[in-house]
Design a protein around this ligand. Structure first.
Ligand code: TRH
Length: 380
């Protein structure tokens, strides 16, 4: 373990949505809770932060949250000492005065860029390599990932045990769902839907509505709501209201705090997720899932999608792998997925088993926070 008084600074610019703050907040908390580090989290958008952590005071330039010193990253930077370890999340540009403070230290800090998550093979070769240098301070690439040789995934201590216990406890699930106003019919498949706008949604809801097995679709407030409303033929959707279409119940949920969102994923039979952090959390839920990948220029996200699919479907029969590939690729391309959904349903027990197996396999890797701490220990 590093000395207790090691100071870490994490910098986060909120580019859009909640993934940037979602990842950095999760990491900051874990470094404090599990590694007893002094962590400052610099964030330039407290309103986005407040959505995933309602305790945030959006007017406070400085506040303590769960042991993390949360700092508003002001547009006019004020002189601050540099920490022992500096993490720039997702290649965000540090204030130039802060870079000078890093360079002015007697012993330069460990400066890392925490990169985006990708399953592509090149990540293994680039993880831990030097990036740019500022005066005497060398920046290092730190890549999360799914394979040995990467920085791993964010996973709190005991998370999988907690998840498994919760999934074995129908009463705890019932109470949790009730707290969100969800009354689960015993025979219904519970599906959560967190995604960007997606033209392929209608085809999925079409088949869910006529499925012999009823479905209860839970949609946290967010960007997909317009597509849901269009399919339902309603002007607006309000939190809590339930819309019934044949065998499909559609219910809009409030956007909940991060740990509650985990519990929601753990309750559902199937989770549609997006971006980066919810994508990882759905993997820890150990249930079949669908990923709406974040779109990037020149379609480079499609390589990321295929790289993940190659790993995730490795243990599946060819027919089940084909169904999954079809479903995921069509969804991220905004194409109809109704037929792909039906094809995937034919392999349900296999997909369930694979989801749990994948989760447990990933759980054997060092988690990202522990890997960062270990990296620092090797570096000093
Ligand atoms: O919100 P996202 O799309 O975020 C990002 C950003 O767009 C970012 O710029 C991009 O680089 C990245 O995706 C890939 O998806 P993500 O990553 O899943 O983040 C959502 C966060 O919101 C995650 O921490 C879970 C949290 N969340 C809640 O706390 N409560 C909720 O009810 C829901 C639905 C999500």
């Amino acid at each position: 373990m590093p000395e207790v008084n090691t100071r870490w600074d994490i910098f986060c610019t909120v580019v859009d949505n909640y993934g940037d703050i979602g990842v950095t907040w999760r990491l900051a908390r874990q470094l404090v809770a599990e590694h007893s580090l002094a962590v400052r989290l610099w964030v330039d958008d407290l309103r986005a932060f407040e959505r995933i952590c309602p305790d945030i005071d959006v007017n406070a330039a400085q506040q303590s949250q769960q042991g993390v010193e949360v700092r508003l990253w002001p547009s006019e930077w004020a002189q601050t000492d540099a920490a022992d370890v500096v993490i720039a999340a997702f290649a965000c540009q540090l204030p130039s005065d802060y870079m000078d403070a890093m360079a002015a230290r007697e012993k330069p800090p460990l400066w890392m860029n925490l990169d985006y998550l990708s399953a592509e093979d090149w990540v293994i070769g680039c993880h831990g390599l030097p990036s740019v240098k500022y005066k005497s301070v060398q920046k290092i690439f730190f890549f999360p990932g799914f394979q040995p040789g990467t920085g791993g995934l964010l996973r709190e201590r005991g998370l999988l045990e907690q998840r498994q216990q919760f999934q074995l406890d129908p009463e705890a699930q019932r109470q949790f769902l009730q707290g969100l106003g969800i009354d689960r019919a015993p025979e219904a498949q519970l599906i959560s839907l967190f995604a960007y706008e997606n033209a392929g949604l209608a085809s999925w809801l079409d088949v869910l509505a006529v499925d012999a097995t009823p479905a209860h679709l839970l949609v946290p407030e967010g960007r997909i709501l317009g597509d849901v409303a269009r399919w339902l033929g309603v002007e607006t959707l309000t939190v809590g209201a339930i819309h019934v279409r044949q065998s499909l119940n559609v219910q809009v949920l409030p956007f909940v705090r991060q740990d509650q969102y985990d519990h929601l994923l753990w309750c559902c039979d199937f989770n549609a997720v997006r971006g980066e952090d919810s994508f990882v959390r759905a993997q820890w839920a150990g249930r079949p899932m669908l990923w709406h990948i974040y779109q990037q220029d020149e379609d480079i996200h499609l390589d990321k999608l295929d790289a993940f699919l190659a790993l995730y479907t490795k243990g599946l029969s060819p027919a089940a792998a084909e169904a999954m590939n079809g479903l995921w690729r069509a969804w991220s391309a905004g194409q109809p997925i109704g037929d792909h959904w039906l094809a995937s349903r034919k392999h349900w027990p296999e997909l369930q088993e694979n989801a749990e197996k994948w989760c447990l396999e990933q759980g054997l890797q060092a988690d990202l926070a522990a890997a960062l701490v270990q990296f620092y220990l090797n570096w000093i």
